[in-house]
Each structure stands twice: as C-alpha cells, then as structure tokens.
Design a protein around this ligand. Sequence first.
Ligand SMILES: Nc1ncnc2c1ncn2[C@@H]1O[C@H](COP(=O)(O)OP(=O)(O)O)[C@@H](O)[C@H]1O
Ligand SMILES: [Mg+2]
Length: 356
Amino acid sequence: MALGDDYRRTSLHAFRLIATYSPAIKLVGNVTVAVVLCYGGWRVLGGRTEVGVLAAFLLYVRRFFEPMQELSQFYNSLQSATAALEKLAGVLDEPPAVAEPPRPVPLPAGPGRGELAFRAVSFGYRADTPILAGLELTVPAGQTVALIGPTGAGKSTIAKLVARFHDPDTGTVRLDGVDLRDVGDADLRRAVVLVTQENHLFSGTVAENIRFGRPGADDAAVQAAARAIGAHEFIAALPDGYATQVHRRGGRLSAGQRQLVAFARAFLADPTVLILDEATSSLDVPTERLVQRALGTILRDRTALVIAHRLSTVETTDRVLVIDGGRIVEDGPPAVLAEADGRYAALHRQWRDSLV
Ligand SMILES: Nc1ncnc2c1ncn2[C@@H]1O[C@H](COP(=O)(O)OP(=O)(O)O)[C@@H](O)[C@H]1O
Ligand SMILES: [Mg+2]
C-alpha cells in the first residue's frame, strides 16, 4: 500500500517534470525563432541583411532546438532502461537454490541405466509445512511408473526432486547410485527430462524448437524424432513445414500440437529418465490418441515417471504408485492393484463407470 502510494507520487512528480521540461524547451525555441524573425526582418527591411542569411539563420535555430527536445525524451528512456537493467542484474546475481557441485561426479554411461532411488527423502517448500516425509522408493532402470493420487498429494513435488528443481531437506535422491547433488548441471539435464502441461516454445522455427532437445542434431534426426511420435504429419502441413516460425508460447500452434513438439523434443533428447507431469491432460481426444501412441515409443527402454489422470495412460505402465499426503499408499502393477480392494481399485471402477 505504502509502496503503491510512493510509486504514484513519484510517477506524478516525473510526469510533472516531463510536462514542464518539454513545453519549456519548445517555448524557448519558438520565442527564439520569433526574436530572430523580428530582429532579422527589421534588418532585412533596412537593407543591412540579405533574406537568404535570415532564412539560413532561422533554419539553424530550429536545428539547434530539435536535439534539445530529443534530449529530454532520451534522458527519460535512459532512466527507465537503467532501472530495468538493475532489475535484470538482480535476477542474474541471484544464487541458484540448487548449486552446481564443485567437483561433479559423472553418471555411469551405457545401456540399462536409469535406476532411481529415493532414500529417506524429506522435503517441504517451507520449513513449517513438510510435503514429503521419509519417502523410500526404488525404480529399477527401464521401468515405467504411474503416479496417481489427489491434487496436492505431492506427485509433482516428487517429479521436481528427480529433475533437481529442489534438493531434499534430508535424505538423498540418487540416479544410478549417484546423489543428484553431485551430478553436473549439463549431465543432469541430459539424463533427466521433465515434460509438463505448459511447454515453452521459443521464438524460432518448429525444427529449432525440436532441436533444443539435442543441440547440434541434424535435420534428418529432427524429422526422425517428429515421425517417431507422430508429429510429422501436422508439421509438414504447416505453411512452411519445419521452417514455420512459431512465437513464444507457441503462437499459431494448438495446445495439442505444442505438446507434440515438446514430445518430439524430449524424444530427440533421449534422456535416461523421462518425467511426464500431466503432460497429456490438456489435450483433446484425437490428439490424445495420437500422443498415446507416441508415448509407447517415447517410454520404451527408459525409466519413466508418468503423472496422469487417464486410465488409458495408467493401464499401460509397469507399476502404479498411489500417492496421498506425500506418502506412497499403494504400490504394484496396475492389473494387480485393480484386483485388490484399495484406492486404485476404487479409482479404476470410477474410470470404468465414467466410460459408459
Ligand atoms: N512452489 C511451491 N511452493 C509452496 N508450496 C508448494 C509449491 N508447489 C507445491 N506446493 C504444495 O505442495 C503440496 C504438493 O503439491 P504437488 O506436488 O504439486 O501436488 P500434486 O502434483 O500431487 O497435485 C501442495 O500442498 C502444494 O500446495
Ligand atoms: Mg501436480
């Protein structure tokens, strides 16, 4: 409130200054022209000055005052630019909450990698509200795991810990035995990819947007990734195909198409661990079908965490974890859990009924 008031007062002051300075300069300029005109006209009439000299003089006077006028505007923009730069610098100076390790440990390479382990992980966004408490979870390499549960259960939080957007307060998250805190940033971003509902498309072409998955990939690789997940058809139908310009946040692409581009990007990145956080929730039914088929391709042979609300997605996974209140309350293959008499079975029945 006080800040807003202060801002209002300062803005008012600034505008008053502008409103004074700018017309004042103009006034002085015009008065000068008038004086020159009168005095010069009098001299011309008296035959002591030629008309040409007077005209030239008037032009110079005008020329002299134009930059003065501009200067007032320039100073104004300079001030706002400086203020903006200060804010930018503030953001750039902000130390990252998850620091890059001084001596990064390389992730073991080779096929069959991607074992995820949560060991006694406790985490809260604020100290007084723990979200996860002592979470234990092992996901063997190559397994596709569905996380389901009510809103606010902590599913996205688990996903964010795997992508190391945050570090656990206590305990460790390990990928192939290496604590994520010890993995270098570049290594980690290559190994773990998180696809969410809102995907960022960058200004540039569709091809460039897919290529972000693996900078340096050639056009053939980009197209192969798009084909693999079924995005090629719609991209080829765009006005300029792969060279079509998209704007920030996707511009002319539909939500489903943006999602397909994001999947193609993830597929090209070929991460060890792929996390989909409600990545298919915003899609319409035909696009969802398309993405469903794509998912099969993307998830094959890699560790995956899939947070989804649709039975069709959950049923295709190897293992279901029901999360509630930051705890794993059920854990097992979907077919087995559906037969048991628990939360998943109840959800499963609801899904079945809603299909009718
Ligand atoms: N950035 C955040 N800051 C503070 N609290 C958060 C933040 N993100 C999520 N939470 C809280 O953490 C809890 C779990 O959220 P989340 O993991 O997003 O749940 P889910 O994905 O299962 O719906 C919720 O109570 C939510 O309000
Ligand atoms: Mg969530």
